[in-house]
Design a protein. Structure first.
Length: 200
């Protein structure tokens, strides 16, 4: 299955303070790259951590950046006030649904519980056929390597189908990641997980 043309990307990213500069630089590099390629960015609307570094760099480079924020997090110390557009929603469930609706693809930057939640929900939606949108992990400082090893362990133990490992791409360099995402093709037999049809 050919991947759809990518005009917008939802970026999941950590918002923690006092992160290593290399993480902030990686987020900024991605923001500049997406702006250069005229990709609309959808993200959680934050101004701190990797969220802020991504948004600041993208906006400075001329990108359209849309923040999606639940009312409970609409706080001046958290939310970026210079975005192209800010959309307020009722709760985290609506936030994730709207971000998914607005995006053609997804990139996960390093982050914590919220980033992991968003990443795995997005992968699950692909797995069960809600959408067919490619997911990329920007592996700054090899942050996601232990997670990828856990997923590989789950695959070997039979909890994840081998073709589901092809639902996401991992690269240390944002340029390689973006190129890989644009050229990605999904396996033809993804629906087998739901239909339980035997392998050919």
């Amino acid at each position: 299955m050919n991947n759809q043309e990518i005009n917008s990307i939802c970026v999941f990213a950590g918002s923690a303070d006092s992160l290593a500069q290399s993480y902030l630089d990686g987020a900024a590099q991605l923001g500049k790259l997406l702006a250069k390629n005229h990709i609309k960015i959808i993200y959680g609307g934050g101004k701190t951590g990797l969220m802020g570094a991504l948004a600041d760099a993208a906006l400075q480079a001329g990108a359209t950046v849309i923040g999606v924020v639940p009312h409970s997090l609409f706080q001046p110390q958290l939310i970026h006030n210079q975005l192209s557009e800010l959309r307020l929603v009722e709760d985290m469930h609506q936030r994730k649904a709207l971000m998914s609706q607005l995006a053609d693809a997804f990139i996960a930057l390093p982050g914590g519980f919220g980033t992991f939640d968003e990443l795995f929900e997005t992968l699950t939606w692909t797995q069960i056929g809600i959408h067919r949108k490619v997911v990329g992990l920007l592996n700054i400082n090899n942050y996601f390597t232990p997670l990828v090893e856990l997923i590989e362990h789950a695959r070997k133990e039979g909890f994840i189908y081998s073709n589901h490992r092809e639902l996401f791409l991992v690269e240390n360099d944002p340029n390689r990641l973006f190129d890989s995402m644009r050229n990605h093709r999904f396996p033809e037999d993804l629906d087998k997980w739901v239909s339980r049809s035997p392998s050919k």
